[in-house]
Write a protein that binds this ligand. Structure first.
Ligand code: ADP
Length: 255
């Protein structure tokens, strides 16, 4: 039995127009259900609250003003959880919501409390769904990724594996959207300066993290001794295959 943290980025949960895609969400949940059926414990770190909420708030395009984004997240978080709850329920699993801010990791009491709570949920077969508390957190929405959050959560629960799903099938030795000759790195033991340079900035405008924030996350998870995988959310069976180490992608292995 493994304890697995899965992080899904906004760009992997949204369709081209920037709205949350129920098909993509359903596919993800259906795969997670397979992992649960195999007896593993799983925590999902999901972005997508702003994407799920801005239309209902009356915006045609994703807003860029912070307060508007946060208002959209306030609506979207409910809608997102509703969709997750419903689909997990169809597999006989219960989803739970955990909203975290950075400061929760700095306070020992809150840290231990979060850990104990998640422990109870996992023991009872629940799928905790974690997100940054977007409505009140300023920094995170601005830099806007859950990558480092997912690594911190993996550390918090002492996960066996962290799986970061993106719109790309792993870490390349250069930005593949600008360099067609970039090569996929299959196994990485250490985040070197070269790797940091290769990760550069983000190319997608929905996801706000880019590869560099994933590399930041991997630094945290590797330091905690947690093996980490980055792969393509759109590949069928990606989660099951990542758990079995047969998926195409980048495997980061602690030394
Ligand atoms: P998500 O929304 O899934 O968190 P992002 O879209 O923000 O992910 O980041 C992934 C993107 O980062 C890729 O689609 C790619 O365009 C870009 N990128 C930049 N450098 C690299 C690299 N070295 N390897 C892979 N992807 C890279």
């Amino acid at each position: 039995k493994k304890r697995i943290v899965v992080k899904i980025g906004s760009s992997s949960l949204t369709s081209r127009n920037g709205e949350v895609s129920i098909q993509k969400l359903v596919r993800l949940v259906d795969e997670i259900a397979l992992i649960k059926d195999a007896g593993h414990e799983l925590i999902l770190v999901s972005s997508g609250a702003v994407a799920a909420g801005y239309r209902k708030l009356g915006f045609i395009d994703r807003p860029s003003v912070l307060a508007e984004k946060q208002a959209a997240a306030s609506i979207g978080q409910c809608l997102l959880m509703e969709a997750y709850s419903e689909r997990f329920g169809s597999h006989g699993y219960i989803a739970s919501q955990i909203l975290i801010t950075r400061s929760d990791f700095l306070d020992e009491k809150r840290y231990m409390n979060a850990r104990n709570t998640i422990q109870v949920l996992l023991e009872r077969g629940v799928v905790p769904i974690v997100n940054e508390n977007d409505t009140i957190t300023i920094k995170q929405l601005k830099f806007g990724d859950n990558d480092t959050l997912s690594a911190k959560v993996a550390g918090l629960v002492e996960a066996d594996q962290l799986i970061i799903l993106s719109d790309i099938d792993g870490l390349y030795d250069d930005n593949p959207s600008t360099n067609p000759d970039a090569k996929l790195l299959e196994v990485v033991h250490e985040i070197t300066a070269d790797i940091e340079a290769a990760a550069g900035g983000s190319a997608s405008d929905v996801g706000t993290g880019g590869m560099s924030s994933k590399i930041e996350a991997v630094k945290i998870s590797l330091a905690a001794g947690i093996e980490t995988f980055i792969g393509d959310a759109n590949k069928p069976n990606i989660l099951v295959d990542a758990v079995n180490h047969t998926a195409k992608g980048t495997y980061f292995k602690p030394n």
